[in-house]
Design a protein around this ligand. Structure first.
Ligand code: NAP
Length: 300
């Protein structure tokens, strides 16, 4: 099975980056794209995110070997329904959604009998929209595929090869496990950032201008994550509810234990935890998931 034509639905950060990565790393692949927002389509044309920006989803997918839905997870079903009648029989349908169980359910309901192999490239930034994408977004990053048990092996191999071509490292995972892993590595950290930034801006005895002025003390790094796209993140929490609530329960217990340690002056507990977390940062760097430079390489 050869992927020669790729249709991208949703031309924001992820869709745009896929288009640009194909142009750079697999220029033999023909790309088409569609976004429901006319201004996004115009920007996509101007930046050359895909070979042809189409005026309908139907037109974009008409000749596709692979269709990648790059819309918020809450919009997956609508996006899939819009293409259902227009897909070539051979097409593989995939996506980039941050939660996988709900996406499989949505796509299976909208596209019965089709070859569906969901995917999640674990790569992104806090920016969104057609100006945000760049060709190297996936280089060295993991792309998790969550094929259903009866997935066509040839289609799975073709999709794995596709992501490898874009520079990603491919891993297969059960959708439910994916949702649990990502709840703890991505969704809860975002929730904590949204909370702390919201809490700081609601304080009465510390002014908002003080919070911003002294933000380099740690707050600033949370604001990067908390600036992420509100629609995307609303949908992630609504669609990965079970795993997020489970992990949040664990997190709350650990937070309560820390609270107790601080109150009772238990320095040993604090020191032990902070030593473990420092070692985890080391592992993240050693595995090439972040840069070693202090303070994320900011100039001082
Ligand atoms: P984005 O920059 O906001 O782009 C999404 C685009 O899809 C928007 O232009 C949106 O238009 C459009 N859209 C929405 N519904 C549509 C539909 N039914 N048909 C056609 N276009 C539609 O979002 P993104 O950051 O690329 O995220 C896309 C997906 O990637 C999400 O599922 C997200 O969970 C996943 N993801 C994101 C990241 C990240 O860091 N951002 C990382 C990995 C995976 P409107 O603005 O009009 O709604």
């Amino acid at each position: 099975m050869k992927i020669e034509t790729v249709a991208i639905i949703g031309l924001g950060l992820l869709g745009g980056s896929i288009g640009l990565a194909i142009a750079q790393r697999a220029p033999g692949i023909v790309t088409t794209g569609y976004d429901r927002d006319e201004a996004v389509r115009a920007a996509a044309r101007e930046r050359g995110l895909v070979g042809a920006v189409c005026e309908s989803a139907a037109e974009a997918v008409a000749k596709a070997d692979l269709v990648i839905l790059c819309v918020p997870v809450g919009a997956m079903e609508a996006a899939a329904r819009a293409i259902a009648e227009h897909l070539p029989q051979r097409a593989i349908i995939s996506d980039v959604g941050s939660s996988k169980k709900s996406v499989i359910e949505a796509l299976s309901a909208a596209l019965p009998g089709r070859t569906i192999i969901p995917a999640h490239p674990v790569a992104g930034t806090e920016q969104s929209g057609p100006q945000a994408g760049f060709a190297t977004l996936f280089a060295g990053r993991w792309c998790i595929l969550t094929p259903p048990a009866d997935a066509d092996p040839a289609a799975l191999e073709a999709l794995s090869d596709f992501w490898t071509k874009l520079g990603a490292r491919v891993e297969l995972m059960d959708a439910e496990h994916h949702d649990l892993v990502l709840a703890v590595t991505s969704h809860i950290p975002h929730l904590i950032a949204f909370t702390i930034v919201g809490t700081a801006s609601d304080l009465e005895d510390v002014t908002r201008s003080e919070v911003i002025k002294y933000s380099a003390g740690g707050f600033r790094d949370f604001t990067r994550i908390a600036a992420s796209d509100p629609v995307m993140w609303r949908d992630v929490f609504l669609n990965n509810k079970g795993a997020v609530l489970e992990m949040l329960g664990r997190f709350t217990e650990d937070l309560t234990a820390l609270q107790r340690a601080i109150r009772s002056g238990d320095g040993e507990t604090l020191h032990e935890l902070f030593s473990r977390t420092r070692a985890i940062r080391r592992e993240v760097i050693d595995q090439g998931q972040d840069d070693e430079k202090p303070d994320f390489g900011r100039e001082h």
